[in-house]
Write a protein that binds this ligand. Structure first.
Ligand code: SAH
Length: 393
């Protein structure tokens, strides 16, 4: 192949460790004028072949590795094979849910590709120039592997701008229902794949929703940052007395109400509150409202290292409010989905919040993203979701 990335002297190390990213600073030169997304051979200074990667000229990550095997070609067959294998690895999870992430980007050997399957509706995102370049082949692979499924593209994500790509939402194949009904463990949920967050639902929290359900019997529950109510419904399924679903998004709460009905829970078992969590929790504290169990699953407050301090204040603030609202013997499930927020820092922020609230707590379980969101050992950046289950005195 004539298109090549030549790695600067001494910068090959991460590739020897099979890390899939090649930062612009590690590139000594680009040969053969590759176009955005095209496949390039990655060579060391001495001409040693290292990897085959997608070229992203606009991004700080100039190359993303498709393969470390010199004999593996990047073509339609490659995508059919990798997507098929990735989907097959999830098969044992099908008893838990009919909505699963089938491809988790780098951690499944397919940088820039996200593929979620909601009960026969495939939703994919192309996040990088490389994934975009192979769009037709990726769609071809989906049609072959899942001939009966509908296919929707939800490439409406800001990271595409860093790759010089526009956003795109497109119904690619078949009928895309307005709402898709899925079943996660013993809970039924309606998912708005066209307009919902991400590809429609937060599949990554499946195991944690189950953990909440298992401890919720008899509890009065606050599900803060509820989205369409997943944690709250799992709590009701687990025997919670009632749940308050709090979110800033009215459409998400409308869906939460429909989800309650779908599962046959009584109207009085659930209240929805639309508002800013920071304000609402503070007001409830003044009123002396309390709960037995609180779930805090805020959006990603950190999107760059520069915003880490501001994010830390946000997490501290909302956790502080939650500690104030918990009854003695209560339970807090608190999460951060920011990859840049390290586990140790998150734990420290939560500990500081408890201290300021004058509460004693202990971590009884650590929670993380569900197994259909794996973390490749060579790619620690794939770990982003962390949570703590805390018993409060
Ligand atoms: N726990 C959910 C996912 C939560 S995602 C689940 O398991 O499905 C984060 C949610 O926070 C989004 O629904 C978003 O609408 C909401 N949100 C963002 N900022 C908010 C704020 N200031 N107050 C209340 N909700 C907010």
């Amino acid at each position: 192949m004539d298109q090549q990335l030549i790695i600067a002297a001494g910068r090959e190390k991460s590739l020897f460790r099979r890390h899939p990213w090649i930062f612009s600073g590690a590139v000594a030169s680009v040969k053969g004028r590759p176009k955005s997304g095209q496949t390039v051979d990655v060579l060391g200074q001495n001409g040693q072949w290292l990897a085959r990667a997608a070229f992203s000229p606009k991004s700080q990550i100039q190359g993303r590795v498709w393969t470390f095997d010199a004999d593996e070609r990047i073509d339609a067959e490659f995508f059919l094979h990798r997507i098929g294998e990735s989907a097959a690895r999830r098969r044992r999870l099908e008893t838990e849910s009919d909505a699963l992430r089938l491809v988790h980007s780098e951690s499944d050997g397919l940088p820039g590709l996200i593929l979620d399957r909601y009960a026969g509706v495939l939703v994919f995102q192309l996040l990088t120039a490389g994934a975009e370049f192979w769009r037709a082949e990726i769609i071809g692979a989906l049609r072959t592997l899942f001939p009966n499924d509908a296919i929707l593209e939800r490439s409406d994500v800001d990271v595409r701008a860093k790759e010089g790509l526009n956003e795109r939402i497109e119904a690619v194949h078949g009928e895309i229902p307005e709402l898709v009904e899925i079943r996660e463990n013993d809970v039924r949920l309606l998912v708005d794949v066209r307009n919902g967050h991400k590809t429609g639902f937060y599949l990554d929290q499946r195991d944690s929703r189950l953990a909440v359900g298992r401890t919720a019997a008899g509890a009065e529950v606050l599900n803060c940052f509820s989205y369409t109510g997943g944690f709250g419904l799992a709590a009701l399924r687990g025997g919670a007395k009632n749940v308050t679903q709090l979110d800033a998004s009215a459409p998400a709460l409308d869906l939460a109400a429909r989800n309650r009905e779908l599962n046959g829970f009584a109207p009085e078992s659930m209240t929805t509150v639309c508002g800013d969590a920071f304000q609402v929790l503070r007001a409830w504290r003044k009123e002396g409202r309390t709960f037995d169990l609180i779930v805090l699953d805020p959006p990603k407050f950190v999107d760059s290292k520069a915003s880490l301090n501001r994010a830390a204040r946000g997490y501290k603030d909302v956790n502080l409010c939650a500690f104030h609202l918990l009854r003695p013997g209560g339970r807090l499930f608190t999460f951060s989905c920011s990859g840049l927020m390290e586990d140790a820092l998150f734990q420290k922020i939560v500990a500081d919040a408890a201290l300021d609230a004058g509460r004693t707590g202990r971590i009884v379980r650590r929670l993380t993203q569900a197994p259909d969101h794996p973390v490749a050992l060579a790619f620690p950046e794939g770990a982003y979701l962390k949570g703590l289950e805390i018993e409060v005195e």
